[in-house]
Design a protein around this ligand. Sequence first.
Ligand code: SF4
Length: 479
Amino acid sequence: MSETAQHSPHHIDVKEFHPRAHEALHNPQIRHNFRKAMDGLMTKRKSAFEGWDLESLRDLGANVRLRALANLPDLLEQLEKKLTENGIKVHWAVDGDEACRIVRDICKARDAKTVIKGKSMVSEEMELNKYLEEHGIEALESDLGEYIVQLAGETPSHIIMPAIHKNTGEISQLLHDKTGTDLSNDVEYLTAEARLQLREKFMNADVGVSGVNFAVAETGTLCLVENEGNGRMTTTVPKCHIAVTGIEKVVPNLEDVTALLALLTRSATGQHITTYFNMISGPRKAEELDGPDEVHVVLVDNGRSSIYQDDELLDTLRCIRCGACMNHCPVYTRVGGHTYGTTYPGPIGKILMPHLIGLDEGRHLPSASSLCGACGEVCPVKIPIPDLLVRLRQESVDGDKLHPAKVRGHGAKRNALEAMIWKGWSWMHARPGAYRFGTNMAARLRKLQPGQMGGWTQFRTSPKLAPKTFHETLKERGQ
Ligand code: SF4
């Protein structure tokens, strides 16, 4: 298992979050598109869980994930054994680069020129499309949202709905410019046109690449949840299917999938069940009419085993990628996904990306939160996101415990003056005499208090020190 991958996805300067956030906040179109979409998703989620004992279901989901993670090494071995018995070739990748090389080698061995892709966030993490293009292999996204962002030369702005930042008019214009489709506000027409273009690509693709929602260790089954049928086409039409997945997606048995599926679809899109639920258990058998001749699975680590070693941060790996934390996040819903500049935006991105790109690079991410707690309240597998944000915030100034070697100066990033102030503060609060003397002095010298305190007072008024200390006030009242 791996050390954390070093590269930052999409080559966007992740550290430029603030200027991008500022820009997004002043873009009424972005604000409107996200507000509308997120309001709809929140309402749908709420009504999808009506009549359910949501807390018990979330407890069940959390327990399924915790049990799977507790036995992760054994489950992965069992999964590999079962997949191999089913005729699926298993590959292990330490990081995104190795995973890309594995996919390229499989394609090269088949002399493949075109790859059709189902939706896969791990392939985004690997920057697979770019890599394949550089090696002379055309990679086309077939999920409608992914297809739109690919045509626009963008990256997904949401893990479930990649093109959620665009409205119908923008999509119509894009399809018109790139593919010659007539301009229209009729969503059904636009969808049908895109499907027509994609269908031909499906028929001619040499290889299909998909993600995996759950990998069942007991049976060696790969489960894929989708709404458009493109996942089924990707995994059955081309002669070769490659599934790429993070190592944490494994669950012990099929029974576990039922609880997670019930939570996933309701939390993600407010659906009781998606239109398609694919269970892939091997290449086409002699008596079967369709399916690929070859099925491969690439199990990608890319920093996950490093997270696994930390008892607290391990909770991050429970994630089933439903996106509910984003839909309910007051920061994400205002600035949108692209502002983060990372593969995974929003609350899950803030706790996951620092491990994928290093806390040094993503140190501002845990702070891009109001800590309102909404993400933790809606997470279907009860990941304590706010607690993990606080932990990462602390590490962003005190040093990265998980990857100490990555942060210069033995991990310390705290400003020297700030460190001195906090040290003095802590010393004074541990000594009643010093505390009394300090607060007395502060009350007497309050006129000297600076009006501006750097970034703290950029958008707030500086709090004024009281003319009397708390103890003095109490004494006056005879208490
Ligand atoms: S952290 Fe929880 S709410 Fe967010 S995507 Fe993952 S499972 Fe869904």
